[in-house]
Ligand binder design. Structure first.
Ligand SMILES: Nc1nc2c(c(=O)[nH]1)N[C@H]1C(S)=C(S)[C@@H](COP(=O)(O)OP(=O)(O)OC[C@H]3O[C@@H](n4cnc5c(N)ncnc54)[C@H](O)[C@@H]3O)O[C@H]1N2
Ligand code: MOO
Length: 337
């Protein structure tokens, strides 16, 4: 506290000043006071600090309440010698970086951020103006760089491709990234080239569709050289759900981080279950539980843009009265639940 470092019982005679930038101050004599600024090292022998607003200075005599030990921080209060500050394997986010600096570390040994590429495919896609017959405004390309960055990976500008198998094969072959997202080629129509391209490259298809709505045609494959490919469905909300589940899981694994636990919240109005698939539903999170925001069709981003989270509705015969919450921000600190 800004005030006076004092020794013993008052009143105290003012002897000097110590600032936060002062080198080690000398010892304080019994009955002496030094004016002090917040963060300064207290002079040896200080028994209390009297705050400015509690002190009365008459000539060079200081008076005020002096509770022993008050307003003095002890060495080792936050971390004793040899105590572990944080376990290995935590994410170096801003508070972790701050605490590392606060204890004087100059270097941290870290797992480097993975390099992730994004490829958006579709003959119909345009990047200016509205959608219309034969033209669909690309809504996935604008989302991917931010999502990848928030998930803790490094990325480059999005690559845009027409529905062309050779171009996709070339792009996958040459991408300088450990993980490549490809949107809009995940189904099995004549313009969907992801699976044939993966097969031409001799990739191993690890996940070939999931029982999740939206997002069921998503895919995960490993190329012969170990690089991973995640196929995102072309419907924009489906692409986002596939990113937040499969994509984030892949990135977290590459970063040496565990999957986050998901908090469970009540759904006062209930959410209809799908008999065989998990549903992901955009919801607002309120004090009473979660409320669907609507507009959660696989081609729609309106609902998720207004949502706080996605409710994970497990498959079942009826409706769910509670759901796990999948965060929309892949950079959010996980809850320890
Ligand atoms: N016979 C079947 N057809 C489809 C199935 C199926 O199981 N059997 N699944 C449907 C589902 S579900 C989805 S999701 C899509 C996934 O298809 P693709 O990943 O191959 O994507 P496209 O067919 O190219 O696009 C689907 C839809 O999304 C629009 N799109 C694509 N990219 C973008 C973008 N970057 N921004 C905005 N909109 C985009 C595209 O124009 C289509 O309307 O397959 C279904 N079909
Ligand atoms: O993945 Mo498609 O999920 O339902 O639009």
């Amino acid at each position: 506290m800004d005030g006076y470092a004092v020794r013993g019982a008052g009143p105290w005679r003012l002897g000097g000043h110590v600032a936060a930038s002062s080198p080690t101050p000398p010892e304080l004599a019994e009955g002496a006071a030094w004016s002090i600024t917040t963060g300064a090292a207290v002079p040896v022998g200080t028994t209390s600090v009297v705050r400015d607003e509690d002190a009365v200075l008459v000539g060079d005599l200081v008076q005020g309440p002096a509770e022993v030990g008050r307003h003095i921080r002890r060495a080792g209060e936050e971390c004793a010698a040899n105590e572990m500050l944080l376990p290995a394997g935590v994410e170096v986010d801003p508070p972790v970086l701050g605490v590392a600096a606060s204890v004087g570390l100059n270097r941290l040994t870290v797992i480097p951020q993975p390099r992730v590429a994004a490829v958006v495919t579709g003959d119909e896609l345009v990047h200016q103006g509205p959608s219309g017959p034969g033209r669909v405004r690309d809504a996935i390309g604008p989302m991917l760089p931010g999502l990848i960055t928030r998930a803790g990976a490094l990325t480059t500008p999005v690559t845009h491709l027409a529905d062309d198998r050779t171009a996709l094969i070339d792009t996958l072959r040459s991408a300088d990234a450990e993980l490549i997202f490809v949107s809009g080629s995940s189904a099995s129509g004549p313009a969907d080239h992801l699976r044939p391209a993966l097969s031409a490259l001799g990739a191993e298809l690890i996940i070939d569709g999931v029982a999740c709505r939206p997002g069921h045609p998503q895919a995960l494959a490993r190329l012969a050289d170990g690089r991973l490919v995640v196929g995102l469905p072309g419907n924009p909300f489906a692409a986002l759900t596939a990113f937040l589940t499969l994509g984030v899981a892949a990135i977290l694994r590459m970063r040496g981080l565990p999957l986050p636990s998901l908090m469970v919240a009540p759904v006062p109005g209930g959410l209809a279950c799908h008999p065989r698939s998990t549903r992901l539903v955009p919801v607002r999170v309120t004090g009473q539980g979660v409320v669907p925001v609507g507009h959660g069709g696989s081609a729609m981003l309106r609902g998720v843009a207004a949502a706080d989270a996605l409710a994970v509705v497990d498959p079942g015969p009826a409706s769910a009265i509670a759901a796990r919450l999948l965060p929309l921000d892949p950079g959010a600190r996980p809850w320890g639940v």
